[in-house]
Ligand binder design. Structure first.
Ligand SMILES: [Zn+2]
Length: 144
């Protein structure tokens, strides 16, 4: 994908609104279209940044603050830890959107490893009981 001529999906915030569970001037948090686990979130700078080293210190600090906040609000929901993952440098290193996005997996004791699920192509939307609107509302409450 040529990011200079194609519209950037993560710059098109209005089209993602239904899945945005938090936003401020610097960052927003998006539920991916195919979350691997129930606690799978994407923390994304509002400004177009290509990779981790392109985000500024204010964005980095705010990313820590947001993750700390949602983690604190998730402890009583059974979350025992978290994993962070970002792919930086284009499709050859699995960065499929040329706008930095930090995957955050809030880890539930009973749900298993998101990395195993990623390898197996698993996502929670394949469950017949999954409802994206309800899922996003549940996560949104953890940011209030
Ligand atoms: Zn962008």
């Amino acid at each position: 994908m040529n990011s200079s001529t194609s519209p950037c999906v993560f710059c098109s915030i209005a089209t993602l609104e239904d899945r945005i569970v938090y936003s401020d001037a610097l960052l927003y948090v998006l539920v991916p279209s195919h979350p691997v686990t129930s606690g799978h979130l994407l923390v994304i700078p509002v400004a177009h940044r290509y990779t981790f080293i392109d985000i500024n210190l204010d964005e980095l600090r705010q990313m820590q603050t947001i993750i700390a906040h949602v983690l604190a609000r998730s402890k009583n929901q059974g979350v025992i830890g978290y994993n962070l993952l970002s792919n930086n440098g284009g499709a050859l290193v699995d960065q499929h959107v040329a706008h930095f996005h930090q995957h955050c997996f809030l880890r539930d004791r009973n749900e298993g490893s998101p990395f195993e699920k990623l390898q197996n192509g698993h996502n929670i939307t394949s469950s017949s009981s999954f409802n994206m609107t309800e899922h996003c509302q549940t996560l949104k409450r953890r940011f209030n």
